[in-house]
Design a protein around this ligand. Structure first.
Ligand SMILES: [Fe+2]
Length: 362
């Protein structure tokens, strides 16, 4: 039943592997929690823009080795970890958000996440219509379809849970791929060879089109990479210039969609306050059930999300370039630059790429 890290990257995992093993659970001890509490209260400045913090102030002390181990498992292993016991009760909402930011700066270079080019997103229901042509899931309370986020790594730090619902669902895309090839070898070539088109949900930057092409699975340097976003595949079908799904593509999507949600493959969890979920979007697909909030504003479900280009990232497959813009290893890539990406964003990217020894797209 137990797998080593390399097997998790090469073959993926099944739900039973996560149920019967703790390799993907990391926990901060109370001394480290206290250190992070003091750190957050000392360094967080209410009037300070996130871009203005000096990276040399971001000393995460005893938390560093455990964060590094968690990221190593995310990138080189099964693509999903949960780090728990972050200080939540000791911190204000804003201080907790800042702590998530500080962790992200250690992992790599945070990426913008949408139309307003936000680098730290509050995952909270503000009434967005997820199903609309411009819809996004993070600002709604809707049930989300399975997807990958727009960068190599996503982190989700839980501050408040919902009154009900909000179940986190994760599947190993690598295991889905191997299962698909086993069950439908007749469709495997088409799934690997053809581009699928994903809507940018009207958040495209000035030099981008309204959709991008990417393969669902592609191999690169001996590794399989997966891509899925049912909502964006669906909305792209209404865009001019996007070919309609062929009969074979419909069959592939249906078959993959079923395996992704199969009970043997799907792992579910409720994040609790103080949990940090870290995912590798190239090796896991994720989703979330609908939820209902508490009536009180300060109890509404709230997660802080970062998208990150991590240091020492691998080369990405060729078809990843349209969205990620860069596929070379150890580069600052991915994200949704959106409509507010300005000189300050560029300066932040340049500065942090340099500090991390990473390359940046011209
Ligand atoms: Fe997501």
């Amino acid at each position: 039943m137990s797998q080593n890290k390399n097997e998790r990257r090469m073959k993926g995992w099944l739900s039973k592997h996560l149920q019967h093993s703790n390799y993907w659970r990391f926990s901060l001890d109370d001394k480290t929690r206290k250190f992070l509490t003091l750190f957050s209260k000392k360094v967080y400045q209410p009037d300070c823009n996130l871009f203005d913090y000096d990276y040399s102030e971001m000393d995460l002390g005893p938390a560093l080795p455990i964060i590094d181990q968690a990221v190593e498992e995310t990138m080189q292993g099964g693509g999903l970890v949960v780090l728990d016991n972050l200080p939540r009760d000791e911190l204000t909402e804003e201080e907790f958000g800042f702590l998530n930011w500080a962790i992200g700066l250690h992992v790599g270079v945070p990426r913008p996440q949408g139309k307003s080019s936000q680098y730290l997103a509050k995952v909270q229901d503000v009434g967005t219509n997820y199903r609309a042509a411009s819809g996004r899931g993070f600002s709604s309370n809707a049930k989300l379809t399975f997807h990958t986020d727009g960068a190599d790594i996503s982190t989700l730090g839980c501050f408040n849970t919902a009154k009900s619902g909000g179940l986190s669902m994760i599947t190993s895309s690598i295991a889905v791929w191997h299962q698909f090839v086993k069950e439908r070898p007749d469709l495997a070539d088409a799934a690997q060879d053809e581009l699928y088109y994903f809507s940018r949900q009207q958040e495209e930057a000035a030099d981008e089109g309204p959709f991008y092409g990417q393969k669902l699975f592609e191999e690169c340097e001996g590794l399989i990479f997966g891509k899925w976003n049912w909502n964006r595949l669906r909305t792209a079908q209404d865009l001019d210039g996007v070919p309609k799904f062929s009969k074979k593509q419909n069959e592939i999507l249906k078959c993959l969609g079923e395996i992704i949600q199969r009970s043997t493959h799907l792992h579910t969890m409720y994040l609790k306050p103080g949990d940090l979920q870290i995912m590798n979007n190239n090796t896991v697909f994720h989703s979330r059930s609908a939820y209902e909030d508490f009536a009180e504003a300060d109890k509404k479900r709230l997660l802080y999300r970062l998208w990150i280009a991590p240091i020492r990232s691998p080369r990405l497959p060729e078809s990843w370039k349209d969205f990620y813009r860069e596929i070379e290893p150890n580069t600052v890539r991915g994200g949704i630059r959106g409509h507010q990406f300005d000189g300050m964003c560029q300066e932040f990217d340049d500065k942090h790429a340099h500090m991390k020894g990473m390359s940046l797209i011209d």
